[in-house]
Structures are given as C-alpha cells and as structure tokens.
Design a binder for this molecule. Sequence first.
Ligand code: PRP
Ligand code: MN
Ligand code: MG
Length: 182
Amino acid sequence: YPELGQDLVRVVVSEEDIQRRLAEIAAQIDEDYAGSELLLVGVLKGAAFVMSDLMRHLHGDVAMDWMAVSSYGAGTQSSGVVRILKDLDTDLTGRHVLIVEDIIDSGLTLSWLLSNLRSRGPASLEVATLLRKPDAAKVQVDVRYLGFDVANEFVVGYGLDYAERYRQLPFVAVLAPHVYGG
Ligand code: PRP
Ligand code: MN
Ligand code: MG
C-alpha cells in the first residue's frame, strides 16, 4: 500500500489471521444454530467486510439485514450519542438474531443496539465481533463470538475507518498519530 503505508505504524491482525479466525467462528455458528433460521444483522458501515467474509463460510439457513448507526462521526472518540441512519427491513419478532460488528471499543454503540433490538422481540439475540478493545470499555457487552482482543490504540482497516478512509485494507493496523494529530 504505497499510498497508505506511511500512515500506518504496524499490522496488529494480519489478513491470514482474520480469515482463519472468521472460518473458525463460522463453524461454531453453524453448530450453534444448526436446524434454525439465523438472521445476521450487520452494523454499517464498518461491519460490511466481516459480514461478507463470515457469511460466505456459513452453511446453515441464514439471511442478512443491515442497520446503519453512527457514534463516531469524523473524530477518533466515541460520542456515546448513537443515531439510526438506516433501520432494518426485517421484523425481528421470533427470529434468531446475531449482530455482526467489526469492533467493540467503548461498547456504547452495541449496548444501545442490543437494548434497541431486544425490545423488538427476537427469539434470541447474540453478538459476533471481529475485534474488541477491553481497555476502552465503558460498558460491558456480552459477546458470543469474538475474533481478537486488541490494545487500546487507534486501529484502521478491514472496515475500520478514520474519517471514512482505510476501510479497504485487508488487515488491521495501527494508525500513525500524525494522521489524526495525536
Ligand atoms: C465504529 C465501529 C463500531 C463502533 C464501536 O463505528 O464500527 O460500530 O464504532 O465503537 P464503540 O464501542 O465505542 O461504540 P462508527 O460509529 O465509526 O461507524 P462506521 O462503522 O460507519 O465507521
Ligand atoms: Mn461501525
Ligand atoms: Mg467509523
């Protein structure tokens, strides 16, 4: 990545590790939801890559829907103010729902989303996330499927952006402080 490489400090999760872990998680999901219909709910925009790669590994009866929420805007700090930018098309009543996220940082987005979706009467509601930052947690969120815990550094790639950039990287890397004036 000649144009982006100078903005990155180091790779924290490689492309190979991401893909291997998503395949393992998918096998676990297939086992856990065997015989039932599963609805994956992706959280735009960051989860688009996890959703796409995870879902390709699933062999059971699975559908997907999307919600767009945003708590970061263009900054590097979570505001805690979650806005719905696009709601689901699907009625969750009686459905087995698995939220798909790229990262849990403060946990504010997901804890808000969990209570929002729980109020819609799903048969079950669980969370899958590729990344989690335990040291950044402001609220505790129960995660059923976790890819990797990462340190509390500003990371980008594989869906994670800074001001909408860097999402396309196939790996997760630490963003150089000079990019965001840190
Ligand atoms: C990011 C990330 C998670 C959320 C995690 O989304 O994709 O959805 O923040 O942060 P939190 O645990 O502190 O709430 P963002 O709001 O940046 O929107 P995006 O997915 O469109 O980038
Ligand atoms: Mn997001
Ligand atoms: Mg973002």
